[in-house]
Design a protein around this ligand. Structure first.
Ligand code: PGA
Length: 258
């Protein structure tokens, strides 16, 4: 087993009814049954989590939530869902701090850190997202912005917790735009993130950290990312919405990383 098992997660965002989500899993699972070198996850909307987890039972498919409450395990927080509740319905992890959450719902670095904390406390895997905007990249501040986001996530963690988290680098300008980062840009940022993780913890922790790339990943470009030395998988939005296409994407990632 490689030091860092590649991880490919489909982030469905606000798509799919319960019936559509279950039909997807039924169609998808046989197509990835032979894939053993890649860990695969999907992140449906809250209402479909339980049914998807049931449909995925007996397979290796991981089910992740797209968000989690900063509070918990219970309390007067109307509209929120606690990490423990996600675990109860069969979740394996949570996508935390996605740029759409930061941008449209005001999630700050402190909120993202609180959500990582709750996710870890519920024994779930946080997939913590970082990424700069186009303005920040054009201003030459991409590395500093993303490093600040990363340090806010790493700072409160104990050394024991460092191996229990996955990072995703998702440049905001690449999400849903059809304009993926170049492999050079992705590799440079991933290397920087790994080096920063080493400063926060130590060299073995940095060597074990899985860093996913996200932003306009497709079946055509997945191999260019997964073949990079510091890219350990992908967070896939639009290209994860059809089971056949996502299965093909997973297979191509495997070829590249084999
Ligand atoms: P995209 O979204 O693949 O549609 O660009 C990625 C993401 O937001 O996680």
């Amino acid at each position: 087993m490689a030091l860092r098992t590649p991880l490919i997660i489909g982030n469905w965002k606000m798509h799919k009814t319960v019936a559509e989500a279950v039909a997807y899993v039924t169609a998808f699972l046989p197509q990835v049954a032979q894939v053993t070198d890649v860990e695969i996850g999907i992140a449906p909307v809250f209402t479909a989590l339980s049914s998807v987890a049931t449909a995925a039972k007996g397979s290796t498919l991981r089910v992740l939530a797209q968000d989690v409450a900063t509070e918990g395990p219970t309390g007067a927080f109307t509209g929120e869902v606690a990490a423990e509740m996600l675990r109860e319905v069969g979740c394996y992890g949570v996508i935390v701090g996605h740029s759409e959450r930061r941008r449209y719902y005001g999630e700050t670095d402190a909120i993202v850190a609180a959500k990582v904390r709750r996710t870890l406390d519920a024994q779930l895997l946080p997939v913590a997202c970082v990424g700069e905007t186009l303005d920040e990249r054009e201003a030459g501040t991409a590395l500093t912005v993303v490093e600040r986001q990363l340090r806010a996530i790493a700072g409160p963690l104990t050394p024991d917790e460092a191996p229990r988290i996955v990072l995703a680098y998702e440049p905001v300008w690449a999400i849903g735009t059809g304009r993926a980062a170049t492999p050079e840009v992705a590799q440079a940022m991933h290397r920087h993130l790994r080096a920063t993780w080493e400063e926060c913890f130590d060299a073995p922790a940095a060597a074990a950290l899985r860093i996913l790339y996200g932003g306009s990943v497709t079946t055509d470009n997945i191999a260019a990312f997964t073949s990079l030395p510091d890219v350990d998988g992908a967070l896939v939005g639009g290209a994860s919405l059809a089971p056949d296409g996502f299965a093909q994407l997973v297979q191509r990632s495997q070829v590249a990383s084999a």
